[in-house]
Structures are given as C-alpha cells and as structure tokens.
Design a protein around this ligand. Structure first.
Ligand SMILES: NC(=O)c1ccc[n+]([C@@H]2O[C@H](COP(=O)([O-])OP(=O)(O)OC[C@H]3O[C@@H](n4cnc5c(N)ncnc54)[C@H](OP(=O)(O)O)[C@@H]3O)[C@@H](O)[C@H]2O)c1
Length: 310
C-alpha cells in the first residue's frame, strides 16, 4: 500500500506533466486518491476537505468532543488533510485544536483559517490566537473572511507570507452573485486561494468567480457544497441516476461533491458534518473517477428532473 505522501508526490508529478492541475492516481483494484494542484505553488492537495462552521462549535466536554474525534479520525483515515475554520465559528477552532493535540500521531494537516476583524493590530492578535486555538505552529492558509477590512488584513497577510509566517493567503465569501468587490480583489491582488459557495443548485459562481480564478491562477476552496444540507431534501428517497456508477458514487452526497469537482476551476471542497457516517460517505468522493463534461451534463439533467418533480 502506498503511503499518503508517496501518493501525493506521484499525483503532483503526473499533474505537472499533464499541466492540468488534476491527478487521479492509483494502482489496479485500489481506489485512487484524487488531488488537484494549487496553481501558485504546484502543491497537490486532496480534493475533499472539511468545514467546521456549526459542526465543531461545541463545548469542551468529553461528551461533545467524542463524536467529533470519530469524525476527524474518519477524515484522516480517508486521506483528508484540508481543514477550514474561522474565528467567526465560535468554539470551532478550539475544538479542532483539542482533538489534534490529543492525537497520538498527528496526521498531516493543511490548516486553513480566516481573519475576521477590523484594524491591523486586532487582525494580528486574532490570527495569533487562532493558531493557539487550532494548535498549529503556522497556518497553511489564512483568508480574509467575507472581505472584512480586506485592505488592512491583506496587507498584513502579504507581509506574513513574505516573512514565511503563512504559506498561502486569500479571501472568502458565501455569495456567488453581485460580488463585484470580490472579483476586483481577485483581479488586483496576489491571492493563492479564494473561497466561495458553489453547488449543483447554486451555480452563480460559474459566471465570473470560477473563470476569474482559472484566469488568474488562483486555487478555489468551495463552501456550502450541500447548500447547508438542503440539497438532501430534494433527493430524499430518490434513486441515484445511472451516471453515478460511472463516476464511483454510491450516494447523493458523493454525487454533489463530484459534480463540484468536475468543474476544472474547482480545486477542493469543504463539506461540514457532525456525523461519522456522513464523513465516511463524503470521504468516498476523495477517490475514484471524476465526471467528464458529458457526465457533468447528465448529472445536471438528472438533478433538474428531480427538482421539477419536487
Ligand atoms: N464566508 C465563508 O468563508 C464561508 C461561508 C459558508 C461556509 N464556509 C465554510 O464552508 C463549510 C461548509 O459549508 P456549510 O457548513 O455552510 O454547509 P454544507 O457543507 O453545504 O452543509 C452542511 C450540512 O450538510 C449535512 N451533511 C453533511 N454531509 C452529509 C451527508 N453525507 N448526507 C447528508 N447530510 C450531510 C450536515 O449535517 P450533519 O452534521 O447531520 O451531517 C450539515 O447540516 C463551513 O463549515 C465553513 O467551514 C465558509
């Protein structure tokens, strides 16, 4: 069995060779880990990450932490590494940190948080506090949450990146439409990552956000992949369409995640869950085949038919 790091190296090499930023590597009969590359560095990351909004905002009691420990263990077991949090998510950063600190052997983590405050000093204090809370020495990614005081915070982040205090910098939003300012920052600032919402039912990001990310060589981290869970209301008790088997999906959750990842400009996606069985389900989308353009159209037709029926 290949070790995770070996797999990532293999993936990065193949992706670089293909110049595509996408790699699906594996041996015969082994589900293949899917990675995509961060354009600004060429680093490969697994495509399924983890969000923490609401799900990890719990008290520090053993009772509250135990199920999340299982959720995170399943995430790592399936070779997940990208964890997204924010000081906006209440106690979420601290709970991730508690669990990481208690792990006997800590797996590789791509730790991402956000800065969400006004003013230079307040931003710095908040980012330092986030690192303590989430138990990371240095964040892989810090993004300006919802463009809050973005000029000030991005100034600090650019400086921190130059000084080696953070590896990647970016901006986030939860909207895909009417976001002229977000696009303006994408066009004018040296960003490694952008984060915004995109899913099979909310495709506004296809208009400008995803094409601009591709044009500018910015990695994308996709939030709200399940529209905060409401997509499952449309598919409840409905059979998966035939195309699902061709792209190694055996649940609607995997179907929704692979739809997003079939967009060439989607780098990774960060579904959130508080439940072990949902994490195990979602992480299966970290492996196997991704839809091609024709299969993607078929997925859209199948979902539209369900919506029309609902
Ligand atoms: N502006 C920003 O920067 C911004 C904005 C929004 C979100 N985000 C980030 O993006 C992450 C994801 O977005 P989100 O949390 O809003 O929504 P989401 O991931 O679209 O949906 C989460 C919901 O889906 C349910 N779920 C997860 N997996 C499932 C499965 N396999 N089957 C059925 N239900 C499932 C979860 O419930 P269970 O707990 O019951 O599984 C939860 O209620 C956030 O956690 C956050 O890290 C950032």
């Amino acid at each position: 069995m290949l070790k995770r790091r070996q797999l990532l190296q293999l993936s990065a090499t193949a992706a670089a060779a293909a110049g595509l930023g996408l790699s699906i590597q594996g041996r015969a009969n082994t589900p293949a880990l899917i990675t995509k590359t961060i354009p600004s560095s060429g680093e490969a990351i697994p495509v399924i990450g983890m969000g923490t909004s609401r799900t990890f905002d719990v008290d520090a009691s053993d009772e509250a932490i135990a199920p999340l420990q299982d959720v995170l263990a399943a995430f790592f077991k399936a070779q997940g590494s990208v964890i997204d949090s924010s000081p906006m998510y209440g106690k979420a950063e601290s709970r991730v940190g508690d669990i990481l600190r208690n792990m006997a052997a800590r797996p590789p983590v791509f730790a991402a948080t956000k800065v969400w405050t006004e003013g230079r000093e307040a931003g710095i204090t908040q980012m330092e506090e986030s690192a303590r809370r989430m138990a990371v020495e240095k964040f892989d990614l810090i993004a300006v949450h919802n463009l809050t005081d973005w000029q000030t915070q991005l100034d600090t982040l650019k400086r921190w990146k130059a000084e080696g205090k953070v590896r990647y910098i970016g901006i986030t939003t939860s909207h895909g439409r009417d976001h002229d300012e977000f696009l303006e920052v994408m066009r004018s600032e040296p960003l490694d990552f952008v984060q915004f919402s995109y899913n099979i039912d909310d495709r506004a990001a296809e208009e400008a956000l995803l094409p601009t990310a591709a044009e500018r060589g910015i990695a994308t981290m996709i939030n709200r992949p399940f529209q905060r869970g409401s997509l499952f209301g449309i598919t409840r008790d409905k059979a998966l369409p035939e195309v699902a088997a061709d792209i190694d999906c055996n649940s609607w959750g995997q179907f929704f995640l692979k739809f997003i990842l079939s967009h060439p400009a989607a780098t990774c996606v960060i579904p959130a869950t508080s439940k072990l069985h949902h994490m195990e389900d979602n992480m299966q989308a970290n492996f196997g085949r991704l839809p091609d353009a024709a299969q993607r159209e078929e997925m859209l037709r199948a979902f539209a038919a369900l919506q029309a029926d609902a």
